[in-house]
Every structure is written in C-alpha cells, then in structure tokens.
Design a protein around this ligand. Structure first.
Ligand code: HSO
Ligand code: ZN
Ligand code: ZN
Ligand code: ZN
Length: 261
C-alpha cells in the first residue's frame, strides 16, 4: 500500500497562503510516495472568491515536478466545486486543461454555503444533512469531470449544532446510492484526514462508511490531508493507508491526466 497525499491547497487557492515548494519538502520529509496539488475552484462561492489562475498554477507545479523528480512523484490536480447551477462552465474548465486528477466537492448548494452557515438557516440538523446528501447524489449523477468525490460527509465540519456528528444510518440509503453511482461510473472516494482534527477520532468519511463502499464493490480510493498549510502535509496518511489494508484494498489509486495509473 502506497502512502499518498492527494488533497493539498496552496497560495493559488483563495483560502491558503502556502508555498507549494514547502508542501513538497514536507511530503519528502514525511516519506510519501506521491502527492497531488488540488487547488480550489468554485464558480459561485458566496462572500469569498475561489477563482484560480490555472496557467500560472500549471507552470509552477510543472517546474516543481521537474526539480524534485528523483525524490517524489508530483501530480497536478484541482478541487472542483460541483455545483448544478454551473455545470457547463465546470465541465468546460476541466476539459480545457491537462489536470492529472480532479476532486469533485460540494461546497455550495444554490448559492448557499456551509462555512459561514447560510445553508443551515431555518433547517433542523436532519433536514440540512439529508439535503446535503441528496444534493451530493444529484451531483455525482450529473457530473462526469471528476475522479473522486471529496470529503463525502464534509457537512460534519459545519452547522450551528453542539453535536455536529452525522448520523449516517438515517441517510444510508442515499449514501449507498452515492457509492453505487460512483462505482458504476468508475469514480472513487477519498478519506480526508482533516477529520482527525475536526472529529478528534477519524478521517471523513469514517471507516465504517469506507467499509460500506468496499462491500458494495468500490475499489478506487485516495487519501488527502486537505492541507492549507505545509505543516499538515502527509498528516495521518500512513494511518489511513493501514486502515485501507485492513479493509481489504490492495492499494490506493493514483492518476495521470485523469486516468488511473
Ligand atoms: N473552502 C474552504 C472553506 C472556506 N474557507 C471558505 C474560507 N472560506 C474549505 O476548504
Ligand atoms: Zn479550502
Ligand atoms: Zn473541499
Ligand atoms: Zn480542499
């Protein structure tokens, strides 16, 4: 089982100041086999801007890839906000550039977001969580441009609740359909290790859900820290790789020009 970090942000993202070179140095120090940069692009993020200077981002990662080619494998990717209000622009952007890997993430639903909390207004926790998974299912069905679904239960980070945890059982039928759709479309999931910090216990999704994905036939899986600073690169990736092995996965998946290696 290789150890990878396939979810990292740098100063090309609207919410990070990190230098990609520092990420590479940290990844080498952490003994990772391979990394992929996945800077943000969201087309309709309220309040903040998640535009992306794709050309300069490409040039900078290409030159790091060359400089460090004897020490670590470096890929160039993107975390694309899946948003049904902007489907054509999103698919077009991905077609236009030679990304190695695309994470599809739900950060915005009809111009409302989770981070500042607009999405939760006037909803019970169960309503908000159900709507989030239903929208995720719609996106997974509608979009083709991505390789893995980012942070399946991302909503667990946010919401005005004392207990933010997601009661997966309540939505397991929707989650199962998300998994089945991904499997049928040849797409995968990630475990996002930032969950170890947010939940204090595990990555997100948790390993019960990863087991469920495996039992339904899912084999495409990546590991990502969602680092916005270099000190977090590689954090808990080895733990996750070991868990994958226990579940039965042979290896993590890596990608070149959006195809599995
Ligand atoms: N895109 C972030 C959430 C956020 N941060 C919005 C600042 N604004 C999640 O990686
Ligand atoms: Zn971010
Ligand atoms: Zn995200
Ligand atoms: Zn991210």
């Amino acid at each position: 089982m290789r150890t990878i970090d396939y979810h990292m942000h740098t100063y090309f993202s609207g919410d990070s100041e990190a230098n990609p070179r520092e990420h590479v140095l940290k990844a080498i120090e952490m003994n990772l086999d391979e990394i992929c940069f996945t800077d943000h692009r969201d087309f309709d993020y309220p309040i903040d801007s998640f535009e992306l200077d794709v050309e300069n981002y490409y040039q900078e990662i290409q030159s790091l890839k060359e400089e460090f080619k004897d020490q670590i494998k470096i890929k160039w990717g993107i975390e694309m906000g899946l948003d049904l209000d902007h489907q054509e622009e999103i698919e077009n952007l991905i077609q236009q550039y030679p990304f190695d890997f695309v994470i599809g993430s739900i950060h915005v639903i009809h111009h409302t977001e989770f981070y500042y909390g607009e999405f939760f207004k006037g909803k019970t926790k169960e309503q908000a969580h159900r709507e989030f998974f239903e929208e995720t299912l719609k996106c997974v069905k509608a979009f083709d441009c991505f390789n893995v679904l980012g942070h399946l239960d991302y909503i667990v980070r946010y919401g005005p609740y004392e207990d933010k945890t997601v009661d997966h059982q309540k939505y397991q039928d929707i989650i199962d359909e998300i998994f089945k759709t991904l499997i049928q479309k040849g797409k995968g999931i990630e475990v996002n290790t930032s969950g170890y910090r947010d939940l204090k216990t595990c990555g997100f999704p948790n390993f019960e859900q990863v087991q469920r994905y495996y039992d339904l036939g899912g084999r495409i899986i990546t590991i990502g820290t969602d680092s916005h600073t270099s000190d977090r690169v590689g954090e808990n990736c080895l733990n996750v790789a070991k868990k994958y092995q226990e579940i039965g996965f042979d290896d993590v998946s890596t990608f070149t020009q959006r195809k599995r290696d």
